[in-house]
Design a protein around this ligand. Structure first.
Ligand SMILES: [Cu+2]
Length: 283
């Protein structure tokens, strides 16, 4: 008995490979649309533009890659050395239209990527003159301090020993952010270089002693996010974590009132808090 076979073995192998790849990665169409980034366009006012740049660049580069690989494979097969063929193939030099093409097309491609990146960078780094809220964030070995200047209240974190995966997140220092409000972050360090990173916000900023780095983000989706230090800063760098809670404005104001009731008032910019007595300025 003859086994029934698909008329096109290549198509069959392709289909199996595609199903296998999808099964292995377990990815949904949404994950693919977001370019496998740990975020969605809804998280902040910036994530949409960042994801669009990332996926757009990937799509363009993949298209170019497929074209180039296709041409290479085609040339390899069609112009392969055949039996008894000892002649050099036609040598093509100083073919002006061809040389113009492979000079101009890459320049246009790099130009398009440059303009798209530059636009997104400008959008991401743009600072409004009147943000709704300012949070000063201090990195320190190995925790975080947050000062909400409009409310004149603070939260000072301590290092939490991480026991393992799971519930530890509850005990981490929490940065509260009001939903749909433009928050200005002013990030600094008390001792060594750290980096402020909320992966789902797709934004990371260095925290350098004696320097203030400023950026603005409007969180647009309620929820709890993970934050971490992204600069190797010593023995317990891996435990320098925090959580971010994006909550409606009225709930945010309740948290601020609670901080005030608990006596967590006043700024945290006292230079004696800094390990090196750092007063900022020239370093
Ligand atoms: Cu660190």
């Amino acid at each position: 008995m003859v086994q029934k076979r698909s008329s096109n073995p290549a198509a069959r192998i392709g289909a199996i490979a595609a199903i296998g790849a999808l099964a292995l990665t377990g990815c949904s169409s949404e994950t693919i649309a977001n370019g496998f980034m740990p975020s969605t366009p809804e998280v902040t006012d910036k994530t949409g533009a960042l994801i669009a740049l990332w996926t757009g660049s990937w799509a363009a580069l993949l298209a170019v890659g497929v074209l180039v690989w296709g041409l290479m494979i085609w040339a390899l097969i069609v112009y392969r050395k055949r039996k008894g063929d000892n002649q050099l193939p036609v040598q093509l030099q100083y073919h002006v239209p061809l040389e113009l093409m492979y000079t101009v097309i890459p320049i246009v491609m790099v130009g398009v990527l440059f303009v798209a990146s530059q636009r997104t960078v400008e959008e991401t780094l743009h600072l409004d003159e009147n943000p709704d809220l300012t949070v000063q964030v201090y990195g320190k070995q190995w925790s975080w301090d947050f000062y909400y200047s409009e409310f004149d209240v603070h939260y000072s974190g301590e290092r939490i020993q991480i026991q393992g995966e799971g519930d530890d997140m509850e005990h981490l220092p929490t940065l509260y952010l009001p939903l749909d409000q433009n928050v200005q972050f002013e990030v600094m360090s008390r001792d060594v270089n750290h980096a402020f990173w909320i992966p789902e916000f797709l934004y990371k900023s260095d925290m350098i002693p004696g320097r203030t780095n400023t950026f603005q983000i409007t969180p647009t989706q309620e929820g709890v996010y993970r934050g971490k230090c992204a600069e190797m800063c010593g023995e317990f760098h891996s435990e320098m974590l925090f959580r971010v809670e994006v909550i409606p404005v009225d709930e945010f104001e309740e948290v601020m009132a609670q901080y005030e009731a608990d006596g967590q008032t006043g700024p945290l910019d006292d230079p004696t808090l800094n390990r090196w007595g750092n007063t900022g300025g020239d370093h």
